[in-house]
Design a protein around this ligand. Structure first.
Ligand code: IVH
Length: 699
């Protein structure tokens, strides 16, 4: 499988080896004590592998505190001896490694293995539950594998681990205690209500909860059994268990009333061939993201008792089972900020901005935060280290801050006081905050956008005015601006004769804005200023744009398959608005552009929007610094429009493909780069001369 991590930290000398051992020992101690490690699983594994690699090269330097070869990294303590050691598992990370392992097992026992049990590797804490004559007597952690800690006090809060079995048998049932996603959410809600710090993830939650004794509240966990063994006075049951295949042992355990993974989508499955086991591994891996509890791999076991017996056990792990590890889906990173976005219905949703981190093969820079209450409940602060979860195509989410990594410099998250989109009030009466304008919030934002400087450039139409117009019911989209009447405007607060006449004149002037700006004003996703100009220049007429299918749209530079389809769909939705704009007399053509021939008759790739003979034909031009002379008043967007009208392509960065840099006053690094690359540099005046005939009328 791809994206598996088995890289290691590289240790070059005794000092860095010693430091690594120290760090690993501390992390392991913290992890097994409270479940709260200072490293995420991936980082710990990399460190452990680096330590092991160093020790192989320098066997005489191995420190006694090294975690290598020790159960639980040598960290765990406890005083209840295990009757049979609670071992760890060896790992594989790929199909090849898995096949190698099965082959070596079959070689060892001298025959093929004909039954494999494939089951989830539950991401919790190993415990042994001792039942005497059907009653739960003791619950013990794995500890160092030889002896563990008595955590019987917690048994009442563990779902799936009954006080009494269905039969009065004496047996030790082993398995994993974890928090399901729902239990984890509940635990953190309860904890923060009691003034405690949230758990960073479900595993930490289970570890901390299992060992906690004097809490004022209880939180629930779940037990999943994965094995059973006889105790000294198990009687007949001992012989029975010794002969049963592992899969049937699990069945027996379930019949006794103990919870197993048997009732989940990733229930243990017995297969005959290694290829089938591999296929099931991939199936379970694909289900991982949608499971209501965490798994960190798949465990494959030789199912038959005889195979297990003949394979035997090593000091650290049995030879008849292997953990097929899945890539880590949780990483620790920093919360850099919170953004607030307003949806179509006016819902104001927070989004976490993260220090980018690679998880499961993709880079994660954002995570959902659901709603403001969620931020409060999780007690998130800017600057926090946070545990981020991402699996499959699931939207990344923050589990919780890693509270013990706080320095005191973290800052509270600032909640917006007004709608970040339109500036109106926020309705905070429900969990999900909403702009009081609801869907109209979009109207205010989209009308303000359309009236903006780089679109229709309607002076005097700021957000406050737009809110007024929308509230008065005069404007429901920006086409309505063009049918506003003088009397209507005069009836509004703070609208005198002069401002009314100025506004009407500004609106009227917008009718002459070119198609590129009208198109940009529509706010079609993915078509900002520069893309709108490219579209307008290619098609030259609004009708041609509307008639284009996705395939034709892709002829425009920078439009791929996906964007083309999205634009076509959005334009269809916008048809009524476009009709209104046409009726209102807005310009629906792009000056200087020639429409492409109808589909099917195109002569060559670049006939449409042809710029042959134009002064900047075929040139990529970059503008930097402050413009002077006739160009002084032009915004950067207007400069780019000018370049494109004159047949060129505008760009914002200098590269070896740049044909010319227009460098105004205080030009900085772009000028230096152009000089280095030998790119032609023109002053604003020289440039104005070249493109004279294309200058805007008022420039
Ligand atoms: S069998 C003697 N089956 O993973 C072998 N272990 O990393 C005992 N684990 O110590 C392990 N799910 O705590 C087994 N289905 C499963 C498991 C499982 C989770 C844990 C267990 C073990 C650790 C090794």
């Amino acid at each position: 499988m791809e994206g598996m991590t088995n890289s290691a930290v590289v240790l070059a000398d005794p000092a860095s080896y010693a430091a690594a051992v120290e760090e690993a020992a501390q992390a392991a101690a913290a992890y097994y004590a409270t479940g709260e490690s200072t490293l995420d699983d991936d980082a710990y594994d990399r460190l452990a592998r680096g330590i092991a690699a160093y020790e192989q090269e320098h066997p005489q330097e191995v420190l006694p505190t090294s975690p290598t070869g020790k159960v639980a990294g040598g960290a765990a303590v406890g005083d209840v001896p295990h009757t049979v050691p609670m071992l760890s598992l060896d790992n594989v990370f790929s199909a090849e490694q898995f096949a190698t392992w099965t082959a070596s097992l079959e070689r060892r026992i001298g025959r093929p293995v004909t039954a494999w049990s494939v089951e989830p590797k539950l991401d919790g804490l190993a415990v042994a539950a001792r039942y005497r004559e059907g009653r739960l007597e003791r619950l013990i952690t794995r500890g160092d594998g030889t002896a563990g800690e008595d955590v019987s006090h917690a048994s009442g809060t563990v779902v799936g681990l009954p006080e009494r079995l269905a039969e009065p048998v004496t047996i030790e049932i082993r398995g994993e205690i974890l928090m399901t996603t729902a239990q984890f959410e509940q635990a953190n809600a309860t904890r923060t209500e009691h003034g405690g710090a949230p758990f960073a993830n479900a595993r930490n939650g289970a570890a901390g909860t299992l060992r906690a004794k004097d809490r004022a509240y209880t939180v629930e966990m779940t037990f999943f059994a994965y094995g059973a063994l006889p105790l000294p006075d198990s009687g007949e049951l001992a012989a029975e268990l010794a002969e049963l295949p592992h899969s049937q042992v699990l069945g027996r355990v379930a019949d006794l009333g103990v919870h197993t993974a048997g009732d989940t989508e990733v229930a243990p499955r017995t297969v005959a061939a290694v290829e089938e086991a591999q296929a099931r591994v991939e199936e379970v891996a694909a289900l991982r993201a949608s499971l209501p509890f965490g798994i960190d791999g798949i465990v494959i076991k030789a199912d038959l008792a005889a195979d297990q017996r003949d394979a035997g056990v090593g000091t650290r792990a049995p030879r008849w089972a292997i953990a097929y590890k899945l890539p880590a889906v949780e990483k620790v990173t920093r919360l850099l900020g919170v953004e607030w976005n307003v949806g179509r219905t006016g819902i104001i949703a927070p989004r976490a901005v993260l220090e980018p981190v690679e998880i499961d093969g993709s880079t994660v820079g954002y995570a959902t935060l659901h709603n403001p209450a969620d931020i409060t409940r999780r007690d998130l602060r800017i600057g926090d280290h946070v545990m981020v979860y991402k699996a499959g195509d699931i939207i990344p989410r923050i589990e919780a801050p890693v509270a013990h990594l706080r320095t005191g410099d973290e800052q509270p998250v600032v909640f917006p006081e007004a709608c970040p989109q339109c500036g109106s009030e926020i309705d905070t009466s429900e969990q999900r905050w909403r702009c009081v304008r609801g869907r109209d919030c979009r109207v205010v934002a989209s009308v303000s956008y359309a009236a903006g400087r780089d679109q229709l450039d309607i002076e005097g139409l700021g957000t406050t005015r737009v809110v007024q117009l929308v509230d008065a019911g005069l404007v429901a989209d920006f086409a309505d601006l063009f049918t506003l009447e003088r009397e209507q405007l005069l009836s509004l607060d703070r609208m005198g004769e002069t401002s009314t006449d100025n506004l009407l004149a500004a609106i009227d002037a917008a009718r002459t804005q070119p198609l590129s700006r009208v198109f940009c004003a529509l706010g079609v996703r993915g078509t900002g200023r520069s893309m709108s100009r490219r579209i307008a220049r290619y098609f030259a007429e609004m009708d041609r744009i509307r008639a284009a299918d996705a395939e034709e749209l892709q002829r425009v530079d920078g439009i791929g398959k996906e964007k083309a389809a999205a634009v076509v769909a959005e334009l269809a939705e916008l048809a009524p608005l476009i009709e209104k704009l046409i009726a209102a007399g807005l310009t629906m053509t792009e000056p200087g552009a020639t429409p492409p021939p109808p589909p099917g008759e195109e002569a060559g790739e670049e006939t449409a929007g042809s710029t042959e003979g134009a002064p900047l034909a075929g040139m990529t031009v970059v503008v930097t610094g402050a413009m002077t002379g006739v160009l002084e008043k032009l915004s950067r967007n207007q400069m780019n429009e000018l370049i494109e009208r004159a047949g060129g392509k505008s760009s914002s960065s200098v590269s070896k493909r740049t044909a010319m840099l227009v460098a105004g006053e205080k030009a900085g690094s772009k000028r230096t780069k152009a000089e280095d690359l030998g790119v032609r540099i023109a002053t604003p005046e020289e440039f104005a001369e070249m493109v004279g005939e294309f200058l805007p009328v008022d420039a």
